[in-house]
Design a protein around this ligand. Structure first.
Ligand SMILES: Nc1ncnc2c1ncn2[C@@H]1O[C@H](COP(=O)(O)OP(=O)(O)OP(=O)(O)O)[C@@H](O)[C@H]1O
Length: 231
C-alpha cells in the first residue's frame, strides 16, 4: 500500500442555491478502511458523497484518489474513471436493461460474467430478480441491485448513501453483513452514510460527523456499545 493510497478530501467548499453547504470540509479514507459518516438531516452528507463521486463540482478545495487529483485540478476526472462503486439514496438503475443487464454492463467483456452476476445476486439476495426491469422493483429491491452493480465493477472504494433506508430490520442486518463481507473480501475502502446507529455499529468503522459544514472525527463504532467509543 502506497503513502498516497486512499481518498483525500481537502478543504472542500460547496454552495448550493446560494447557500454554503460545505466550508472547508476534509476527510481521509484509507485503502480498505471503513468509515461511517453521520450528521443531521440536510447537513450535506449526500452532497459530499456526490462531490467524491464526481457528480458535483466544488467552489474550492480538491479531492485525490490514490494519489491522483480527480477534482480541483486539470483535467476533472469523470465519475466512471474514479474506481468507485456508488449507491445513491434513490438508486438510478438503467431502465432499458434487465437487472442482469445492469450488472453485465459494468463488467465489460469478462468471460466469467454470468457466473459472477449470479454469485453476487445470490449473495446479496436478488437472484430471483435478474430478469426483471428496474422500474418493476421496490425501493428496497432496487437498493440491493444497485449495491450488486456497484460491486460488480470491482471498485477500490465503495460510497453508500443510507443503503439500508428502505429495508426492514432483518433485511437491514443481512445487507450490512453482506457489505462487510464484500468489503473485507475485496479489500474495498468504504464510506457509509447513515443516520441509523444500528447500521453504524454493524459497520464498526471510523466514525465521522458532518456538522457546521465541516467533518470531525468522533471515534470508532463498536457492536454492542453505545454507538461511539474512544476518540
Ligand atoms: N440541488 C440542490 N439545490 C439546492 N439545494 C440543495 C440541492 N441539493 C441539496 N440541497 C440542500 O443542500 C443541503 C444539503 O443537502 P444533502 O442532501 O447533501 O444533505 P444530507 O445531509 O445528505 O441530508 P439527508 O440526511 O436528509 O439525506 C440541504 O439543505 C439541501 O436542502
Amino acid at each position: 500500500m502506497g503513502e498516497t493510497d486512499g481518498i483525500a478530501v481537502v478543504g472542500i467548499c460547496k454552495r448550493l442555491d446560494g447557500r454554503w453547504v460545505l466550508d472547508g470540509a476534509s476527510l481521509h479514507i484509507g485503502a480498505g478502511e471503513r468509515c461511517v459518516l453521520s450528521g443531521a438531516s440536510g447537513t450535506g452528507k449526500t452532497t459530499l458523497l456526490r462531490l467524491i463521486a464526481g457528480l458535483e463540482v466544488p467552489e474550492s478545495g480538491y479531492i485525490d484518489i490514490d494519489g491522483a487529483r480527480v477534482t480541483g485540478g486539470e483535467p476533472f476526472v469523470a465519475p466512471h474513471k474514479r474506481g468507485l462503486g456508488v449507491v445513491l439514496q434513490q438508486p438510478t438503475l438503467w431502465p432499458s436493461m434487465t437487472v442482469a443487464g445492469n450488472l453485465a454492463f459494468v463488467m465489460g467483456r469478462a468471460r466469467d460474467r454470468q457466473q459472477r452476476i449470479l454469485a453476487l445476486a445470490e449473495r446479496i439476495g436478488f437472484a430471483e430478480l435478474l430478469g426483471r426491469r428496474p422500474q418493476t422493483l421496490s425501493a428496497g429491491q432496487a437498493q440491493r441491485v444497485a449495491l450488486g452493480r456497484a460491486l460488480a465493477a470491482e471498485p477500490r472504494y465503495l460510497l453508500l448513501d443510507e443503503p439500508t433506508s428502505n429495508l426492514d430490520a432483518e433485511a437491514r442486518d443481512q445487507l450490512n453483513a453482506v457489505i462487510l463481507d464484500q468489503v473485507a473480501e475485496q479489500g474495498v475502502g468504504l464510506l457509509y452514510i447513515s443516520h441509523d446507529e444500528i447500521s453504524a455499529a454493524a459497520i464498526a468503522g471510523r466514525r465521522l460527523l458532518l456538522s457546521d459544514r465541516r467533518i470531525t472525527e468522533v471515534g470508532t463504532a463498536r457492536l454492542g456499545g453505545h454507538g461511539l467509543a474512544g476518540p
